[in-house]
Ligand binder design. Structure first.
Ligand code: LER
Ligand code: MN
Length: 273
């Protein structure tokens, strides 16, 4: 396997203004993704019911695209659920939502991503308790994903979005403390630009635990529109034998098409030169 390119598609109106390249129209977004040369798409749906399985299968087959991953963040953005809420019934609903996305993604051989659904500590839930809720959920949901022969993807976020895990190093510590070995880390280059001392070194330290990348520039715009030096990052990915997706999770600035095109041009220059 080689490193492959991927682009995000959001179907969640409540996430408007968020870091997704394509928006709203799944069929048209897949068509544009293919036209520009992407290998795969990553979908951010409002929930499992928003995706008709045969329709998505047909779309992917027609365009020759893979489904790389499916985000669970609408559980938070739309339903205000996360895994560290004080009420046990709400935490259960958050797990059920994520499980339903694992089932959706799994039927395409793709992984679900836990990012904002990890939640944070708050009133009535101290940090240790929240970390315990997260570890329990990752153990259960990681094992749930196993039936599809895919890992569950867990994403460290920057400090303004969670107090659970902010760095790759802390992510590796969390993974190594779990009972399950079926969870991998998502290295989002935007969050890493805020939190890591050195992004390339952090990727090297993450090693085999890194299972997905959000490929984006320092300012969360498409790769090429910020000040990230991607050469050492790609060198680190090569050093750890990374052979999965670089997925463009970036603002649709100045518009979706330009963000997608700028990303694929950066991808080609970095990966094939
Ligand atoms: C959130 O900041 C993020 O990076 C997403 O991938 C998760 O929804
Ligand atoms: Mn991300």
């Amino acid at each position: 396997m080689a490193i492959r390119s991927c682009v995000t598609i959001s179907l969640v109106p409540e996430a408007r203004g968020g870091p997704f390249v394509f928006w709203d129209d799944l069929a048209e977004s897949c068509r544009r993704a293919k036209e520009l040369g992407f290998d795969a798409v990553e979908i951010f749906p409002p929930g499992p019911e928003a995706i008709d399985l045969p329709t998505l299968r047909k779309l992917l087959d027609e365009q020759g695209l893979e489904l790389a991953a499916v985000g669970t963040g609408a559980g938070w953005v739309k339903h205000r659920l996360h895994l560290a809420l004080p009420d046990a019934a709400d935490r259960r609903k958050a797990r059920d939502f994520i499980r339903s996305i694992i089932d959706l993604a799994g039927s395409f051989g793709a992984s679900a991503i836990i990012g904002s659904m990890q939640g944070r500590s708050g009133i009535g839930v101290d940090h240790t308790t929240a970390a315990g809720y997260l570890a329990d959920a990752l153990n259960e949901l990681g094992e749930h994903a196993r039936q599809y022969r895919v890992p569950l993807i867990y994403e460290p976020l920057n400090r303004y979005e969670t107090d659970m895990v902010n760095t790759i190093e802390a992510g590796v510590r969390l993974l190594e403390s779990l009972a399950t070995d079926n969870v991998v880390l998502l290295a989002d280059l935007f969050h890493m630009n805020i939190e890591e001392t050195n992004v390339a070194d952090a990727l090297r330290a993450g090693g085999r635990h890194i299972g997905h990348i959000h490929f984006v520039d320092s300012n969360r715009r498409a790769a090429g529109f910020g000040h990230t030096d991607f050469a050492p990052i790609v060198a680190a990915l090569r050093a750890i034998g990374y052979d999965k997706y670089l997925s463009a999770e970036a603002f649709a600035l100045p518009d979706s098409d330009t963000a997608a095109r700028t990303t694929i041009e950066a991808f080609r220059k970095l990966i094939f030169s």
